[in-house]
Design a protein around this ligand. Structure first.
Ligand code: MN
Length: 202
């Protein structure tokens, strides 16, 4: 069993000028591909452990599996939850109602999401997550897999590893995150929110 790099559903320059072609190409073809490779390697090493019965390095390979596996899943969602930018980009319907309920208003949600995402220490992600009860939560996830509540499901993610924005934005992380909000594909996020509600996972 092998994990594979998902193909983008849009052209490399489709998110210009907010997300530039060069960053997108390197990010998808090199960085995301690297996580897929790392995940497959960890899975192969764990298979070797099972074969030989030698589990002396299991802690190492489990950590590799968690790091690369979370990296693979988050990047797969990241590509999906972007589309060509819109200045008046905003959620609607049930998701907007949920955002009003759990964050007070759309503007308060955006302010919290941008602040949390900009505050990630080092490399990580801003994540909007949900749960079977329809609750909504914002987290600043460190690396790909740290600072997380088990049972929550990410429904929108913003990459703030420097590889995600440095070529165009350099140290201006807030400008990148603010522009990301114009790229967010709220129809996809809404669909994930709907499928979360009523599920049996929390
Ligand atoms: Mn990345």
């Amino acid at each position: 069993m092998e994990f594979t790099l998902p193909e983008l559903t849009y052209a490399y320059d489709a998110l210009e000028p907010l997300y530039d072609k060069e960053t997108l190409t390197i990010h998808h073809d090199k960085h995301h591909a690297g996580y897929v490779k790392g995940l497959n390697n960890a899975m192969a090493k764990l298979a070797e452990c099972r074969e030989s019965g030698d589990y002396s390095l299991i802690k190492h390979w489990e950590r590799e599996q968690a790091f690369h596996g979370a990296g693979h899943l988050l990047h797969s969602m990241f590509w999906e939850n972007m589309r060509p930018g819109k200045d008046d980009n905003k959620a609607d319907g049930e998701l907007l109602a949920g955002i009003d309920k759990w964050f007070g208003s759309w503007d308060k949600f955006v302010a919290q999401f941008v602040a949390a995402t900009c505050a990630v220490e080092g490399s990580g992600w801003g994540v909007l997550a949900s749960c079977a009860d329809g609750s909504l939560h914002v987290f600043a996830v460190e690396n790909h897999q740290k600072v997380w509540v088990q049972g929550l499901k990410p429904i929108m993610v913003c990459d703030v590893w420097e590889h995600a924005y440095y070529l165009k934005y350099q140290n201006r992380r807030k400008e990148w995150v603010t522009n990301f909000m114009k790229l967010a594909n709220w129809e996809k996020v809404s669909a994930r929110y709907e499928s979360c509600k009523g599920s049996k996972e929390c």
